[in-house]
Write a protein that binds this ligand. Structure first.
Ligand code: ZN
Length: 169
């Protein structure tokens, strides 16, 4: 099995796509292509297949991911799922890469934040993405908090087309 990267190593912004290649050496290395606005996140595939992924960040150019940058710490929403080549499917949260095929759990340690999410939830189910927008935080943070609250029996998740919807018990 190839060696998979556990972290995204942010190599900073470049202006043009072709400048990215020189910065991408190891699986998980990434740069953001930024001209005025964020255009794309260019990343050496973290599974080690050697391919370069271009993740669109510009809504004007079609379906777009959102990049969250906090100093050197990077999150990307939603998950990245390659439908060609190696088929990698992963989540980037706080520069950590979580592999979806391994069912890796998002790890949330911030009790204060978990309590804040709980107080934002209502008995009626709502998508975690809405809670994230309300709190203006990375959606993965809310999802991990919801899963933690669910394990504590304080929150329930919907089923079928309400997967990812949460409400208080
Ligand atoms: Zn790959």
């Amino acid at each position: 099995m190839k060696r998979r990267a556990q972290t995204l190593a942010f190599r900073g912004p470049v202006e043009h796509r072709h400048e990215a290649d020189g910065h991408l050496r190891a699986p998980g290395d990434a740069v953001v292509v930024r001209r005025g606005v964020d255009r794309s996140l260019t990343m050496l595939c973290p599974d080690g297949c050697g391919e370069t992924l271009t993740i669109n960040l510009d809504r004007r150019a079609g379906p777009a991911w959102r990049l969250y940058v906090d100093g050197e710490v990077v999150s990307v929403y939603p998950s990245v799922w390659r439908n060609t080549g190696c088929g990698s499917h992963f989540i980037v949260w706080k520069s950590h890469i979580y592999w979806c095929d391994l069912g890796e759990e998002l790890q949330s340690m911030d009790e204060e934040f978990v309590a804040q999410v709980l107080s934002s939830l209502r008995p009626t189910l709502q998508p975690y993405l809405h809670v994230a927008a309300e709190l203006d935080v990375v959606p993965w943070a809310v999802l991990s908090a919801c899963h933690r609250l669910q394990r504590q029996g304080l929150v329930r998740e919907g089923s079928a087309n309400q997967r990812g919807w949460f409400g208080t018990v």
